[in-house]
Design a protein around this ligand. Structure first.
Ligand SMILES: *Cc1c(COP(=O)(O)O)cnc(C)c1O
Length: 231
């Protein structure tokens, strides 16, 4: 049986190879370990292997994990990213426990997170989620709405706009994957031209990581390839 540590080493190698193939800077892509539905002991193994940033999708489960690790691993600086869909009545626990939110898809969610973020926690880092493949079942703003939402977020004192996130249509063809990611990267370039603090492009999962890196991803969100399939 392969261990979490071996999986993380394997993914890290694969990220390195992808980066090298397209001539990008070493260390320009961060690995976010997506631990949704996975038990504490698997996260502990990942931490032992050196992983420090984790992504969670469900509010209650995510908050429980944040609290558990704050009390049991208080000497280990972990970074928690909320990456799941957000209901407006669930923003408070997200604002109070997470360091990053990848899934802002409308103004109301940004406003509530801004109001509910405690100043003592520092600013909440946020990404706008874009529905790049225009799928009805997926959350995310349209490409056209990104700049309007970004302008509003940029005025919010408790949020820092860091970039974009997307979950494109699930296709296995590399060129199709690359086309969707390239579209997102081009919106990111427009955003960076206006907001110099924008530096994060969250795209790529276990099945489409290489295309995402070629298109300019700075953060890949990997679940299955680290922790195994979800039941
Ligand atoms: C579950 C999830 C992932 C991880 O997907 P894998 O295919 O398991 O790597 C990444 N991003 C988001 C938003 C997710 O919900």
């Amino acid at each position: 049986m392969t261990s979490i540590k071996q999986n993380i080493n394997q993914i890290t190698l694969q990220i390195g190879n992808s980066i090298q193939k397209c001539g990008r800077q070493p260390d320009s892509v961060q690995l976010l370990a997506v631990s949704k539905t996975k038990p504490i002991d698997l996260l502990e193994q990942a931490i032992e292997a050196g992983q420090r940033t984790f992504g969670e999708n469900y509010v209650q489960e995510g908050v429980e994990k944040v609290q558990y690790f704050q009390s049991t691993h208080s000497n280990t600086e972990l970074e928690w990213h909320f990456i799941g869909p957000i209901q407006s009545n669930k923003t408070r626990p997200i604002a109070e426990h997470f360091d990053w939110v990848h899934s802002i898809d409308r103004l109301k969610i940004a406003q509530r997170l801004n109001e509910q973020r405690l100043e003592s926690l520092g600013k909440l880092n946020v990404l706008i989620q874009v529905n790049i493949s225009s799928e009805e079942s997926k959350s995310g703003t349209t490409s056209e709405e990104v700049m309007t939402l970004a302008a509003a977020i940029n005025e919010m004192p408790n949020l820092t706009l860091r970039g974009l996130m997307s979950i494109p249509a699930n296709v296995s063809n590399y060129d199709e994957q690359l086309a969707a990611f390239t579209q997102l990267a081009s919106i990111q370039n427009q955003l960076r031209a206006q907001y110099p603090q924008v530096d994060t492009l969250s795209m790529g999962m276990s099945g489409d990581m290489d295309a995402a890196i070629e298109a300019g991803s700075t953060m890949v969100r990997i679940g299955t390839a680290i922790f195994g399939a979800r039941g």
